[in-house]
Design a protein around this ligand. Structure first.
Ligand code: HEM
Length: 494
């Protein structure tokens, strides 16, 4: 994009001392005590070229708007009617996610999630989000997950046993998608998801998300009033088939929501007394603490958010290990020493620091959730930069995770960055694959346990090499994923 009117707008000073703060439409007003930093580099992009680029390329990754944030502390731009600020300093991320999270909420961009699967904790805000998150939290505590560890282990054992016994080509990304869906089904819902979702679920989700990006571009340009937004989604939810390019999205919604409905109906017809999320949701519905629509959305959120991200993390980790045999050798040594050939127990997971550091480093280089948009609820000041209420603040995770200012030799795969103690002095805003603060990923504990478990178990019996020439360029949908899957050669270990 040649259009960056990259006028150096130095820090957006509000004058010396405390900058003036405009109250926002009767809402609270906030100011920080931070003073402007003379060296903070700020960038401003031109309205027309950026709007055109947004419509043609969306957020883009290599060649879209996103690329312009690199190396700038703050990038201001407008797309159509919307005002944006992208911030890349870790302390700014801390400000938004942790220290002053009450000044921000999920942006209008999450309306696509609401439209497709209904409002759930992923996209909800305010008191309603707080209320529902509190109900769901007990399913995701470490203690609860340790109690259901065997349910997590079973599908991993099954998948490891199904790996080829001779050198053979495999589609690793498909294996990871299926496995992580099984794990979240078992561990959180205590239900065998295979029966309820088609084998090509991953394909439908990718197709659906690709088309959601079209709607996301529309959202980037304007915040459509509910009047426009609602009929659009109502049409997609109706039985009337819509034409391409929205037909895949409609089908993906049917596949996901149809499966979720079947899972819920099955549990209602066959009650159990197990402590799992399905029972929690069905009980909440029966007791009237959650509406049936909300129950359906929360189940869909848990199922969707609970597997795609983990599958992407694992795929990139296998690929990075195949490119970095030195790191893989260390992992094999650790796994062999600690486990001595037996399946990992929940206690073992804590004794596999290098293995889990390999997962962490994969999420640094390829964070599955690659940017987090928030809307400022009030006028705010971040380190001297004024943020007007209503502005969308972008936290570009992928760029911050690869910024040489915070990560020496950033392109290098080096798990030692995540060995115990290595993060001393590192800002929480320099590495945030699970976001942070009150809106941190509810499935974080599950994801950490699950990824370490899969990495260790698969490595006990096999090593994996990416097929020569296979292109691992990420496809930047709402979540990141390998655009061409992951073709690998599995080598059984002798
Ligand atoms: C490696 C795996 C995972 C990664 C990298 C990841 C990342 C994230 C991120 C960055 C967010 C915040 C998004 C935002 O604020 O814009 C998030 C939220 C969420 N994640 Fe995850 N996630 C993972 C696994 C899981 C799992 C296993 C589950 C559930 C079983 C899950 C369920 C959720 C839910 C429900 C939210 C919304 C939480 C809220 O706002 O209260 N995630 N995740």
């Amino acid at each position: 994009m040649t259009d960056t009117a990259a006028s150096a707008c130095p820090v957006d000073h509000g004058g010396q001392g405390t900058p003036p703060v405009r109250p926002a439409g009767g809402s609270r007003t906030a100011a920080t005590t931070l003073t402007p930093r003379p060296h903070a580099r700020s960038n401003r992009l031109g309205l027309l070229p950026v709007t055109a680029s947004a419509l043609i390329k969306g957020w883009g990754f290599e060649d879209g708007i996103y690329a312009h944030f690199a190396g700038h502390d703050v990038t201001r731009f407008r797309v159509g009617l919307r005002k944006f600020v992208a911030v890349t300093r870790p302390e700014y991320v801390e400000h938004v996610l942790f220290e002053h999270s009450d000044r921000y909420q999920k942006s209008v961009d999450f309306a696509a999630v609401d439209g497709a699967i209904g409002v759930g904790i992923f996209s909800d805000n305010g008191e309603s989000w707080k209320y529902h998150r509190k109900i769901l939290n007990p399913m995701f505590t470490r203690k609860h997950l340790e109690n259901v560890y065997d349910l997590m282990l079973a599908p991993v054992e099954e998948a490891a046993a199904a790996l080829p016994t001779e050198v053979a080509e495999i589609e690793m990304n498909d294996i990871m998608v299926e496995l992580t869906l099984d794990v979240v089904g078992n561990a959180i819902f205590n239900q065998d998801f295979k029966k309820f979702f088609p084998e090509d679920l991953g394909w439908w989700i990718t197709g659906g998300l690709t088309e959601v990006m079209g709607f996301a571009r529309f959202l980037m340009v304007t915040e459509p009033p509910a009047l426009l937004n609602k009929p659009f989604w109502a049409l997609l939810h109706s039985s009337a088939p819509v034409p391409p390019p929205l037909s895949n999205l409609q089908m993906a919604m049917k596949v996901v929501l149809g499966g979720v409905d079947a899972v819920l109906e099955d549990r209602i017809a066959n009650p159990t007394d197990t402590p799992d999320m399905l029972n929690l949701l069905v009980r909440a519905m029966n007791e009237g603490t959650m509406t049936p629509e909300r129950v359906r959305s929360e189940a869909a959120v848990g199922m969707l958010a609970g597997h795609e991200t983990t599958a992407t993390t694992m795929s990139y980790m296998w690929h990075l290990l195949s490119q970095n045999h030195w790191a893989r050798d260390k992992m094999l040594e650790e796994v062999d020493t600690v486990l001595d050939g037996r399946a990992p127990t929940v206690a073992d997971l804590r004794n596999l620091p290098w293995t889990s550091a390999c997962v962490d480093e994969a999420m640094r280089l390829y964070p599955p959730v690659w940017f987090g948009p928030r809307t400022a609820l009030v006028d705010d000041v971040i380190d001297g930069h004024h943020i007007k209420a209503g502005t969308t603040v972008i936290l570009p995770t992928y760029l911050i995770h690869r910024d040489p200012r915070w990560w020496p030799d950033p392109e290098k795969f080096d798990p030692s960055r995540f060995m115990p103690g290595a993060d001393k002095g590192r800002s929480r805003g320099a590495y945030f694959p699970f976001s942070g603060g009150p809106r941190t990923c509810i499935g974080r504990n599950l994801a950490i346990m699950e990824t370490t478990l899969i990495a260790a178990r698969f490595s006990q019996t096999h090593t994996f090499e990416t097929m020569p020439g296979h292109d691992m360029t990420p496809l930047a949908l709402p979540s990141l994923r390998p655009s061409n899957g992951l073709r690998m050669i599995a080598h059984p270990r002798t």
